[in-house]
Design a binder for this molecule. Structure first.
Ligand SMILES: Cc1cc2nc3c(=O)[nH]c(=O)nc-3n(C[C@H](O)[C@H](O)[C@H](O)COP(=O)(O)O)c2cc1C
Length: 313
């Protein structure tokens, strides 16, 4: 049982907001993320002291503003409620102050209107590992099923540049990087999210002229050994931070696939050029280019598992 508690800025944008409900336990929390349009509509209704309805991104979920109570009817999620007067006060105060995007933090439960979680089919679930081994593909993306996401992922170098990437998807992808394990949990990496078109063009040059680096979403993963506060030789800390940055990028890549996006990992990079372009002293490890694929393709085949695994008994 959660109660409406507060409003926070969105992760990456000055617009929109995150509405937070809290329960008795610290980790008991519900969050509804509103984009700019949804937030503005809610403000419009509340500031007029009137009642109304705000449709959310998935065209199913909605916010029903009544005189006493405001209900959030959400897909695959219990209905959340807030007292309209409390919500109005919070929303109108929140709107007055300019907000910087909030640093990313993972919460156990967040509701994003466009996510569709498929119900698990027992038969499919039992076959999942076989599906991975045989390399066969199922194009349906189920965000709750890691194995299926792994077995259907395929790199893309041709993006559908006409399709915008939803901001909540970018947030998820960045948040996924933050869940990766890291040496000593020091998270010896940083991510540079390159939105600037000019910088993207320069990154193409720094990536051996690979044209697809100009993707809708471009993330440069950098190593930050100084974050790794462990008493080991500097070469070991450098190695840790390379592994940290690589793992984080891999987590983001999988998250992108889980969200129906595609990506290409760019390892062929001129580190010094990239450092200059993105304005950092940190060494880049890889660039992850993400977008909607212009068409979906099945995964590539791999060597046989028996050739990969060396069993030592
Ligand atoms: C360390 C690493 C470096 C890579 N560098 C590049 C690159 O510079 N350019 C590129 O087009 N693809 C690059 N790739 C993508 C691989 O070519 C791709 O992952 C591989 O062909 C397997 O295809 P799949 O990802 O669809 O399974 C790289 C992948 C990895 C893991």
């Amino acid at each position: 049982m959660t109660e409406f508690a507060k409003i926070e800025p969105s992760y990456l944008s000055k617009d929109g907001c995150r509405l937070i409900w809290k329960g008795i336990n610290e980790d008991e929390q519900d969050v509804v993320v509103l984009d700019k349009g949804e937030f503005d509509k809610l403000v419009e209704i509340l500031s007029k002291d009137s009642t109304g309805r705000v449709e959310l991104e998935d065209e199913f979920s909605n916010i029903l503003i009544n005189t006493d109570t405001t209900q959030f009817h959400l897909r695959d999620h219990k209905t959340l409620e807030a007292q309209t007067s409390v919500l109005r006060k919070n929303i109108l105060e929140f709107r007055k102050i300019p907000h910087e995007p909030k640093p990313i933090k993972i919460y156990p439960k967040e509701f994003f209107p466009s996510i569709e979680i498929e119900k698990e089919d027992d038969e499919v679930r039992n076959k999942l590992l076989n599906t991975i081994l045989s390399g066969s593909t199922n194009q349906t993306i189920d965000v709750s099923d890691l194995f299926r996401v792994m077995s259907t992922r395929r790199s893309t170098r041709n993006f559908d540049t006409s399709r915008m990437i939803e901001e909540w998807k970018v947030e998820k992808i960045l948040a996924a990087a933050d869940t990766a394990p890291s040496a000593g949990n020091f998270q010896g990496f940083e991510i540079f999210y390159v939105k600037n078109k000019e910088l993207k063009k320069r990154l193409i040059e720094a990536a051996n002229k690979q044209p697809y680096v100009n993707a809708p979403i471009v993330l440069v993963f950098c190593m930050d050994p100084a974050r790794v506060k462990m008493n080991f030789p500097s070469e070991m800390l450098a190695k840790f931070s390379l592994q940290d940055a690589t793992l984080a990028a891999a987590y983001s890549q999988l998250a992108a696939s889980a969200l129906g996006l595609s990506s290409i990992w760019i390892g062929m990079i001129d580190e010094e050029q990239i450092k200059k372009i993105i304005g950092t002293d940190l060494k880049p490890s890889s660039i992850l280019c993400i977008g909607y694929p212009d068409h979906k393709r099945p995964p590539k085949s791999r060597r046989k598992l028996k050739d990969l695994i060396h069993v030592l008994e």
